[in-house]
Design a protein around this ligand. Structure first.
Ligand code: NAG
Ligand code: NAG
Length: 345
């Protein structure tokens, strides 16, 4: 249980702030886990859960004003430091860019008590090099339980059971212990004769319609770079989008998430149906709307890129993607200098 509590120790308010578009909110999503926390910690998490989230944008980055407003309610102390705005804004984008979570994790790890948790998150998201960096920032004595738990090996069978049952924290731990986001799971039985096997994302897409944490698990797997188009091994060609669609209206948020993550809407099941033909009327309408919103966003982005290209063809390229994580790590190095810890040698 220590490991679970360790994950929840990541600043709960910060996690909530990041909203449903990011994995960072995951750790405070479990009521069962929250109830096991010490009273003071529990109150903080519960207060955080009531905090208003920034309004969701369908596509693109969250406006700075919306984020500032949300920070003012949720974590006013973060407003004093522009770095946080800089780090959180991409994470609140829809979809978040690939490295968006890295910078936030590095910044969270600046607090030595949280470095172990941040390392587990980084490992679960498949950022092994970042995880090693963050691990080195955690105190060596006492060694955080959450880091000790990482020394165990993940169990693929248990991992799939946890995904299908929507047990978020266990899923994070299995990933951190080395289960991959492309692992092959057990046979599919709902809506299939058992000839095909689950992928993690298809299992999460399916569980999202039935389990409260399923959608968050799907977010987590996408941030961990699961391939949104990958079909389940077997003859039927199930994709995560088809699994979600076949659950009907309860799967609408999952359909939106997968479409934002660039899922192929036209892929066909072995029997010729696409995801659009697999749900009910409401889910099909939502799926079409998400697909059209994505096309509009892509067209707008392409037009903006062309305009920018025309303006500054000779300008050097923008900063590399990982700059947020690097910046946060540099800051971490700077702030730990004065504290006299020597763990980074
Ligand atoms: C999924 O497939 C579609 C169609 O082939 C492609 O446009 C899209 O980029 C793919 N998505 C990802 C995330 O690779
Ligand atoms: C194909 O299979 C899916 C899932 O079982 C089902 O929803 C769909 O109606 C089927 N399509 C046809 C044309 O039989």
């Amino acid at each position: 249980m220590g490991a679970v509590l360790g994950l929840l120790e990541l600043d709960a308010r910060l996690l909530v702030l990041c909203g449903p578009t990011s994995s960072a909110r995951l750790a405070c999503a479990s009521a069962a886990c929250v109830s096991t926390l010490p009273a003071e910690r529990r109150r903080a998490v519960q207060a955080a859960q009531g905090v208003e989230e920034p309004e969701l944008v369908e596509h693109g980055p969250l406006p700075v004003e919306a984020l500032t407003q949300a920070l003012r309610t949720a974590c006013p102390e973060l407003l004093g430091d522009r770095t946080w705005l800089h780090l959180l804004q991409p994470l609140c984008s829809s979809p978040p860019p690939d490295a968006a979570a890295d910078g936030v994790l590095a910044a969270v790890a600046r607090r030595p008590a949280l470095a172990g948790c941040a390392a587990v998150w980084a490992a679960a998201l498949g950022r092994r090099a970042l995880a090693v960096e963050l691990q080195a920032m955690a105190p060596t004595e006492p060694r955080p339980a959450v880091l000790r738990s990482m020394e165990e090996t993940g169990n693929v069978e248990q991992f799939f059971e946890d995904v299908l049952e929507g047990r978020l924290v266990s899923v994070i731990l299995h990933l951190a212990r080395g289960v991959t986001v492309e692992a092959t799971g057990p046979a599919i039985h709902r809506n299939d004769v058992g000839c095909c096997r689950w992928t993690p994302l298809a299992a999460a897409a399916d569980s999202a319609a039935r389990r409260t944490q399923g959608l968050l698990i799907a977010h987590l797997l996408l941030l961990a770079r699961a391939d949104v188009n990958r079909s389940c091994p077997g003859p039927c060609g199930w994709t995560p989008l088809m699994r979600a669609a076949s659950c009907g209206a309860p799967a609408i948020p999952t359909l939106q998430l997968l479409v934002q993550a660039k899922a192929d809407v036209r892929k066909r099941h072995e029997n010729g149906s696409t995801a659009l033909e697999m749900g009910d009327q409401t889910s099909a309408r939502a799926l079409r709307a998400a697909r059209d919103a994505r096309s509009r966003a892509e067209e707008a982005a392409a037009a903006a890129a062309t305009a920018a290209g025309a303006r500054g063809a000779a300008k050097p390229k923008a900063r590399p993607k990982s700059s947020a994580a690097l910046l946060a790590l540099q800051n971490a190095g700077r702030s730990s200098k004065g504290s006299g810890r020597g763990t980074r040698r």
